[in-house]
Design a protein around this ligand. Structure first.
Ligand code: HEC
Ligand code: HEC
Length: 210
């Protein structure tokens, strides 16, 4: 597929999915989620904590769309994503528990802005903006926000869609033609991005003591 037709496909898919998401989802209760998420904080609340082998940063969750966090957890649960530790953590959670935890860990989701595409965007990002936004903020709650996420984690995720260790059909389609250099450039681009104020990039959770 040419780049132009990949971009057309991306925008068409983004629109199709927009019509189907948000159906039959349990509402998350962040207060309940706070208790359930206790075991998660040992990794996700520690700044720059690393997955041990292979070594890459544990993803930041604060500011991420709750709906996407739920989908990610269901992915670890079902094996659509291969990470063994996250599978173990997600395996026994009910849908309601997943919704509660996602509401708590995501906190206030970063909202998309109407920024234009940055002039330093890698050429390969032209396809990605249909769903991940010009500013790296998922244009819908089902699409992850990438801005300010650890570049090392983004690179790992993209490589896993390519290798089949992550099987999400949408992403598998969009990474298939990326070179290792494209992946690195895209990961660094989104990792360094800050839409608007520095305080609205994804971050490790800060938790109140209440
Ligand atoms: C031992 C460390 C550790 C613990 C404990 C842990 N996680 Fe994770 N988590 C990770 C790592 C590493 C990844 C990245 C996995 C991958 O590469 O797919 C991850 C990924 C995730 C993601 C996907 C984020 C994204 O951007 O797609 C979510 C959501 C998540 N964890 C939630 C949780 C929840 C909820 C708990 C507790 C029930 C938890 N984690 C416990 C290390 C941990
Ligand atoms: C049609 C919409 C769409 C397009 C276009 C798209 N993505 Fe995605 N992206 C998604 C969805 C949906 C997910 C969540 C998949 C999952 O659950 O594993 C995702 C997940 C990701 C993740 C994992 C995030 C995380 O926190 O684990 C990265 C990184 C990513 N996309 C980067 C890109 C890049 C780079 C491009 C362009 C080459 C792109 N995406 C194009 C919809 C899209």
């Amino acid at each position: 597929m040419s780049l132009a037709s990949r971009i057309t496909t991306a925008f068409a898919l983004a629109a199709v999915i927009a019509g189907t998401v948000g159906v039959a989802r349990a509402d998350g209760d962040a207060e309940r989620g706070k208790h359930l998420a206790y075991t998660c904080l040992g990794c996700h609340a520690i700044e720059n904590y690393k997955n041990v082998y292979p070594t890459y940063p544990v993803p930041k969750l604060r500011g991420q769309h709750a709906e996407y966090l739920e989908a990610a957890l269901r992915g670890y649960q079902s094996g659509e994503r291969s990470h063994a530790t996250m599978h173990a953590h997600a395996a026994s959670l009910s849908d309601q528990e997943i919704a509660d935890i996602a509401a708590y860990l995501g906190g206030d989701a970063i909202q998309p802005t109407d920024k234009p595409v940055a002039p330093n965007a890698p050429a390969a990002a032209a396809v990605c903006v249909a769903c991940h936004g010009n500013d790296g903020v998922g244009v819908l709650p089902a699409y992850p926000t990438l801005t300010g996420q650890h570049a090392g984690y983004l690179e790992r995720a993209l490589a896993e869609y390519q290798s089949g260790a992550r099987k999400n059909p949408i992403m598998v389609g969009f990474v298939s033609t990326l070179s290792a250099e494209d992946i690195k450039a895209l990961a660094e681009y989104y990792g360094k991005m800050k839409p608007g104020l520095e305080t609205v990039e994804l971050r490790h959770s800060r938790f109140s003591s209440r």
